[in-house]
Write a protein that binds this ligand. Structure first.
Ligand SMILES: Cc1ncc(COP(=O)(O)O)c(C=O)c1O
Length: 468
């Protein structure tokens, strides 16, 4: 059986680049294969769309680009030139942000920090988004005054988190903040939730507003509420196609003659009593709500206990600045990865393996199966077939797709395979230099006068800086 296709959503600028086969060939010739391509123009468009939502519903807002999503210097430079802020989660990210042109007052350090990171943040004079009481005490003991946000967690109805100060531990935090108010300048409260659920974020905001009230009772004057990241991406061009594939995959878990999975992989599903149960690991690829729509929904949501007023309105009425830390939403569809077919072979189970010159971890975030199809650029005559894409590591598990992918024609050695939408975590979160394979080059693609210009990522400079 040939599996159903799951076509990837591709930004028009990226589609135009892929349609220009000379440009694709030029990228591979000049920078080698595999290669990661980033599109700063798409990043700029994503940013403009989020800004438009904020301008309408929460004008006192600050966007902090979550640098951790991609190591790209071009994205960081684009964000700096656009006048937004940045969220850095390590000392190297802090150095990269400074090099990209962010001034200290537009940098916040997030995530769990060790002694060296805290020292680096203090030296640079950036805002520290404090993860825990140890960090707060360490900052209080330092000689330098520092602006801080307190990251909190433990909201009713939210999953337990390893990050943030639990609401139940706020007693100790108040004590430190009030005793060291000369050094700890409390800007406000922060959270980051790993969920798409608006209701959960609304509950977290409501808890943070209570903390703002408590802070005033302690004589502190916070003015910021930071809602973290978590805005979604659009991966799938056709949600019905995603559903068809998911259904076929589940059917194949029950009936071995229709199997689409490799080995014992069940993608988070489990089979019991002749049925498939559970949720798949790849559920995020089914999302159909854009990041701007998700943000608009959150800002318009009525906040319980505030007379039914919209969340954005309540923040404005309370003179609170809204900060957000989007990572994946800003780089959505702003990156692709090109690889080359080395050879095609048949495995003992009859499966067709298309071997590429990159490994699974180069295009897969945290080893979650990607449920959108790679795009094959080949001149082979159409003859649809289901294949597995295999990686170049000498490991059984280095299958880039652990599921059969429909290709319209079987590619051959030298053909190009495109992995769509790889900029958010897919390229940089798990990639290792196993077997001494070098890291793929990262290259910015710029559209100019009907064609495309390629520029090594580190050398990219945005043309216009937009102060804001
Ligand atoms: C504190 C914090 N802020 C922002 C982000 C970015 O999240 P996203 O890429 O989902 O927008 C993360 C991601 O892990 C995070 O931990």
């Amino acid at each position: 059986m040939t599996p159903p296709a799951v076509p990837a959503a591709v930004h028009p600028s990226v589609a135009a680049f892929l349609a220009d086969r000379d440009a694709v060939r030029a990228a591979l010739r000049r920078f080698g294969s595999p290669v990661h391509l980033v599109f700063p123009e798409v990043f700029g468009g994503n940013l403009a769309a989020l800004r438009a939502v904020l301008d309408a519903a929460a004008p006192a807002a600050r966007i902090c680009y979550a640098h951790k999503v991609n190591r790209s210097a071009a994205f960081a430079a684009t964000a700096a030139a656009a006048g937004i802020a940045v969220d850095v989660a390590s000392a190297p990210e802090l150095r990269a942000a400074l090099a990209a042109g962010f001034p200290a007052e537009r940098i916040e350090a997030t995530g769990p920090k060790g002694t060296a990171m805290l020292r680096a943040a203090l030296e640079a004079g950036v805002t520290v988004n404090v993860d825990n009481l140890w960090e707060l005490r360490t900052l209080a003991d330092s000689a330098v005054p520092v602006p801080v946000l307190l990251r909190v967690s433990g909201f009713p109805g939210s999953a337990v988190s390893r990050f943030g100060i639990d609401l139940a531990d706020m007693g100790a935090a108040w004590e430190i903040l009030t005793r060291h108010r000369d050094r700890l300048r409390l800007l406000g409260f922060a959270f980051h939730l790993d969920t798409a659920a608006t209701a959960e974020r609304v509950r977290a905001v409501a808890e943070c507003l209570r903390l703002v009230e408590r802070a005033y009772e302690h004589g502190l004057t916070p003015s910021v509420l930071d809602i973290g990241g978590g805005l979604r991406q659009l991966f799938t061009a056709d949600a019905a196609a995603y559903d068809r594939y998911d259904a076929a995959l589940r059917a194949g878990l029950l009936d071995t003659s229709a199997r689409l999975h490799w080995g014992g992989n069940t993608f988070g599903y489990h089979v019991a009593d002749g049925a498939v149960h559970g949720a798949p690991v790849f559920h995020k690829y089914a999302n159909t709500e854009s990041a701007p729509a998700m943000l608009a929904e959150l800002l318009a949501a009525p906040l319980p206990g505030h007379g039914g007023r919209a969340l954005g309105r309540v923040l404005a009425d309370n003179l609170l600045d809204l900060w957000l830390e989007p990572g994946k939403a800003l780089v959505d569809q702003a990156g692709i990865t090109l690889a080359t077919v080395e050879f095609v072979k048949r495995a003992g189970n009859g499966a067709t393996l298309v071997h590429l010159d990159l490994s699974r971890d180069t295009v897969t975030a945290a080893d979650q199966e990607v449920l959108i199809d790679p795009i094959v650029l080949t001149d082979a005559p159409p003859d649809p077939i289901g294949v597995y894409f295999a990686g170049h590591l000498c490991l059984e598990r280095d299958l880039i797709t652990q599921r059969q992918v429909r290709v319209e024609a079987l590619p051959g050695p030298g053909d190009t395979v495109v992995f769509a939408n790889t900029a958010a975590y897919h390229t940089d979160l798990s990639a290792a230099r196993a077997s001494m394979h070098p890291e793929p080059a990262k290259v910015a693609v710029i559209r100019r006068e009907g064609g495309f210009v390629l520029c090594p990522d580190a050398e990219y400079r945005p043309e216009t800086a937009v102060p804001r």
